[in-house]
Design a protein around this ligand. Sequence first.
Ligand code: PAF
Length: 288
Amino acid sequence: MQIIETVNAMREWTIAHSDRPRAAVYTMGALHDGHLELVRQAKHYVSAHTGEHPYVVASIFVNPTQFNNPEDLERYPRTIEHDLEMLSSIGVDAVFVPSVEQMYPDGVANVIAVEPGPLGDVLEGEGRPGHFRGVLTVVNKLFNITTPNYAMFGEKDFQQLTLIARMASELNMSIDVVGVPTVRDDDGLAMSSRNRRLDESGRAIASRIPAALMMVKNCVAEGIGVEESLNRAKHYLSESPEIAIHYLVVTGNELQSAPQHGAARVLVATEINGIRLIDNMAIEIKGA
Ligand code: PAF
């Protein structure tokens, strides 16, 4: 696996590896099996769609422009040696590990940014102003630097995935943005770099989050109304006083208003002992 630190070297690598499709997996490090699943799916998806084994390029870059809280940026776990071992063991071909200066040579305050539009201001965007502007800006830069044909993003960050897919479509990028289903631990909790900050009791409490989503999923599949289903799940979550619910909503698959029936999404954000956890699930509304 080649470790590449500069934009120029990354460009040279992509030119030298143009004989097969390229798939990208972008990360901020602190890797877990959910990230490795993005790599596995990159290989699987591209082989199934093209009959060719792709080159897989990963990146590790803790992007300052997507943090609206400097302490969060400071506290973000950095486990680079371990991350590189994991990426190498799963068969990544190149990993891009740029410095902040490489990515933002004119400084983060002067960056020319991608505006996410109104979808960037709701749900995750409401409590984190500028977050999705930072995400789209860095992903756009990474797209330009690594020029992939395919880019894999986890469904765990469903709003991020939706916005990146929209950016690729609206800005006419010829990149296939592929969503990868969430990887869950045995207790149902969605894998996330933040889970490592939960202690044993926080972890037990957090397993209520996927259970609450399953409750909504089962209720709406039985024909119980969306509002009533959400109320039941909110009640279940609130039985644990440690859980603060930031939002629990049902939307359409493009994050528009919930449909009367058919495929939809339930999304939740909570805080447990100061740790913010998000999750979501695909649901099927039976309707009246
Ligand atoms: O999901 C993440 O880890 C980040 O938001 C991403 C897509 C790597 C952009 O910094």
